[in-house]
Ligand binder design. Structure first.
Ligand code: PPY
Length: 283
C-alpha cells in the first residue's frame, strides 16, 4: 500500500510530458524514491490530492501555443480546493509515432491528447490531410495505441514511443518553434510552501456578485492602485448560466505582502468570492 507522503499524482501513463514535469518536481522537492499515481485526466489528479490519496499532484497549466489549459483552470476555480505550490516549464517536442511495421500510407487515424492534436495542426494538414482524429487521455496513451494498431498514429515524445513499443516516424512536428508548457505542482488546501525563492507569483480566482458595468475595470484598478503587475487574466464561464463568467488572474508578488493583502481585501468587499490559489516562487 502506497503512503500518501512522497506520492505524486500525474497524467499517465509513463512517458507523458506531465511525467517529465513530475520527475523534475520530485527532484526539486528532494524526494529520493517517489511513488506515483498515474491518472487518466487532470480532474483525477485534483481528486487524488483533494481526497488525500497523495501529497502532491501535477497538472498542465498553460501552453505557449494553445494558451491556458481550460480543464485545469476550471479544476482550480470550480472543483478543487488544492493550492499551487510551484511551477515547472517543460519544452514540448512532439513526434509522429507509429507501429514499427507501419508506413505513412497505412495511417487512417491520428490520436493524441487534445493539446497534442492542437499543437500539430499544420503538420497534420500537410502530411496527413483528411485523417480521422481521436482524442486520447494523454500523448503517451496515443503512443500505446499506435504501437498496437498499424492504422493509428500517435503524437507523443520519443521516450513515450520507446517505452510503449512505437516507432518515431517524424520529429519536431509542432506548429511553432519554442513550444513550452507550464505545469503546476499542487498540494492540499493549506499545504505549507515547499519551494523558496526571491520572486513570487500569485494565482487567484475571482467570482463576481452580479453582471454590472465596470466590474472588470474595478478589479484592474485595485491591482493598479496597489502597484501589482498582472501576468495573466482569463475569463471562464462559471457553468451556472449563459454569460456568467469568473476571472482567473495571476500577478507578481506573494499574497502575504501588505500591498497585495490590501488589494485582495478590497476585492473581497466587492466580489462574491476571492479564492487564492497559491503564491509560489518563479524564475
Ligand atoms: O498528454 C501529455 O503528455 C500531457 O502531459 C498533457 C500535455 C499534452 C501536450 C502538451 C503538453 C501537455
Amino acid at each position: 500500500m502506497k503512503s500518501p507522503d512522497n506520492t505524486i499524482a500525474f497524467l499517465g501513463p509513463t512517458g507523458t510530458y506531465s511525467h517529465e514535469a513530475t520527475l523534475a518536481f520530485a527532484k526539486r522537492l528532494g524526494i529520493e524514491s517517489p511513488d506515483f499515481i498515474e491518472c487518466t485526466s487532470f480532474d483525477e489528479v485534483f481528486d487524488c490530492v483533494d481526497r488525500g490519496r497523495c501529497e502532491f499532484g501535477v497538472v498542465a497549466k498553460e501552453n505557449s501555443i494553445e494558451g491556458p489549459v481550460t480543464a485545469t483552470l476550471d479544476g482550480f476555480a470550480l472543483k478543487s480546493t488544492s493550492v499551487i505550490l510551484g511551477e515547472e516549464v517543460v519544452d514540448i517536442h512532439h513526434c509522429l509515432v507509429v507501429n514499427p511495421d507501419a508506413k505513412l500510407e497505412d495511417i487512417t487515424t491520428v490520436a493524441s491528447h487534445a493539446q497534442g492534436l492542437a499543437q500539430c495542426r499544420r503538420f497534420m494538414s500537410e502530411k496527413l490531410p483528411g485523417r480521422t482524429t481521436v482524442t486520447t487521455s494523454s500523448t503517451a496513451e496515443s503512443a500505446r495505441l499506435a504501437a498496437a494498431d498499424i492504422h493509428t498514429a500517435g503524437i507523443a515524445n520519443a521516450f513515450a514511443a520507446e517505452i510503449h513499443g512505437a516507432k518515431v516516424y517524424a520529429h519536431d512536428i509542432e506548429d511553432h518553434f519554442g513550444n513550452q508548457t507550464v505545469f503546476a505542482l499542487i498540494g492540499r488546501q493549506g499545504h505549507a510552501p515547499v519551494f523558496t525563492g526571491t520572486k513570487f507569483k500569485t494565482s487567484v480566482a475571482l467570482f463576481l456578485n452580479m453582471d454590472r458595468a465596470g466590474t472588470l475595470n474595478m478589479i484592474l484598478s485595485e491591482f493598479a492602485y496597489a502597484g501589482v503587475n498582472l501576468s495573466l487574466i482569463q475569463s471562464r464561464p462559471t457553468k451556472q448560466a449563459l454569460g456568467d463568467y469568473m476571472f482567473f488572474i495571476e500577478f507578481e508578488g506573494n499574497a502575504n505582502e501588505p500591498n497585495i493583502q490590501t488589494a485582495l481585501n478590497c476585492l473581497r468587499l466587492k466580489l462574491r468570492e476571492v479564492k487564492v490559489l497559491g503564491s509560489y516562487p518563479i524564475g
